[in-house]
Design a protein around this ligand. Structure first.
Ligand code: GTP
Ligand code: MG
Length: 347
């Protein structure tokens, strides 16, 4: 065990979770409220300055982030022992008043979810009204099937539908086009300059950089007070696929992807953001029946995505979107076309 871990374990024994408020409140209820407010991750057992720094730079900024983290994630991020990680999570959970909610509470939360439209009524209907905030939607499909176009369209539609909103666009393949944003913004009557100003684009140079960018979204919201409603990652898997070649590296790749998906889910959930990720498909040469393609990232990406859409080219330049395994929507298909102004229905 490293010296740092050892000393943190010792702290663990003596540190009290609840820190006393500096000012003396009059009523006891106020006092307990104040205690709740004052707690930060630095007050957790086993979290010394070095661990706190590691946690914060990995995007764990508040107790909620720790409360919902897995033990494995925390060990990987900080290098603490399993026992310490478990204590951190339990202490964070205890302080969060995380209990059961009634169905009505959930319904109220669901009312905060809004749906970003695509411009195609068929596509919106397929998605139960549009792409949901608070969820990850994955579009996978062959080259030219429209994944990047949908990212651009969701960006302008978010900006149009919520005039205070901003968009984060993580570009891994250098396919973000401001000219296309201009064209699409004009198509829906949005000032193109204003639209471009409200989209924050970051190019991810490799998978680690991509993961870091996703973690930074949290601080854009909490520290820079950005009102982000959509995060696009185009493409989710290209760096991972390029960097981890060969069977021997598969499990490492999947572990990292899993962590990345966790970060995205946490950001989407905590801040009610729509997370749109694109994914490629690979040929399955041994498949004789059904679709001879599979999405990259396998079950890890599939399970972490709330909605999955398979995109393919249809007849005469059309595109077909198929919704797969959505939580409250039937599996179904729709047909549309990518046009100058955006998506258009084909019946
Ligand atoms: P990969 O990233 O290569 O896997 O493909 P993708 O699924 O991201 O495809 P993308 O979204 O780039 O779709 C490209 C297709 O969209 C083109 O083949 C065109 O059919 C259509 N498209 C792109 N831009 C325009 C445009 O400005 N006008 C029109 N009418 N169609 C466009
Ligand atoms: Mg693309």
């Amino acid at each position: 065990m490293s010296e740092e871990n050892l000393s943190e374990n010792m702290q663990d024994e003596v540190m009290e979770l609840i820190v006393e408020p500096e000012t003396k409140p009059t009523k006891s209820k106020e006092k307990s409220d104040l205690k709740m407010e004052k707690l930060t991750i630095r007050d957790l057992p086993g979290v010394g300055a070095a661990t706190a720094e590691k946690l914060e730079s990995a995007g764990y900024r508040d107790l909620m982030a720790i409360a919902v983290a897995t033990i494995g994630e925390l060990i990987e991020t900080t290098g603490v022992s399993e026992a310490v990680a478990r204590k951190m999570v339990n202490a964070a959970r205890d302080s969060m008043k995380m209990g059961f909610e009634t169905g009505m509470d959930i319904l109220k939360k669901r009312e905060l979810v809004f749906k970003i439209t695509t411009g195609s009524e068929n596509f919106d209907a397929l998605m139960g009204g549009g792409f949901e905030t608070g969820a990850i939607t994955e579009c996978f499909g062959e080259f030219g099937s429209g994944k990047t176009q949908i990212g651009h369209i969701l960006a302008v539609n978010t900006l149009k539908e919520d005039p205070t909103s901003e968009v984060v666009y993580i570009d891994t393949e250098n396919t973000f086009r401001p000219e296309r944003i201009t064209q699409l913004a004009e198509g829906i009557g949005l000032d193109p300059t204003e639209a471009l100003k409200r989209i924050m684009v970051a190019k991810a140079y490799n998978s680690d950089h991509q993961m870091l960018l996703a973690e930074k979204v949290d601080s854009l919201i909490t520290e820079q007070k950005k009102s982000i409603k959509l995060v696009v990652i185009d493409s989710l898997t290209s760096h991972f696929r390029a960097e981890y070649i060969g069977r021997g590296t598969l499990s490492e790749r999947q572990q990292k992807l899993n962590r990345h998906m966790h970060t995205l889910a946490r950001v989407g959930n905590t801040h009610n953001i729509c997370i749109y990720v694109t994914n490629q498909v690979m040929a399955k040469p041994d498949q004789f029946f059904g679709d001879p393609t599979a999405s990259i990232g396998g079950h890890i990406v599939a399970h972490a995505s709330t909605f999955r859409i398979y995109l393919r080219k249809g007849r005469k330049g059309s595109r077909v979107a198929k919704l797969i395994d959505a939580p409250n929507l039937p599996d179904a298909e729709c047909c549309f076309e990518v046009q100058e102004q955006g998506l258009k229905d084909i019946n």
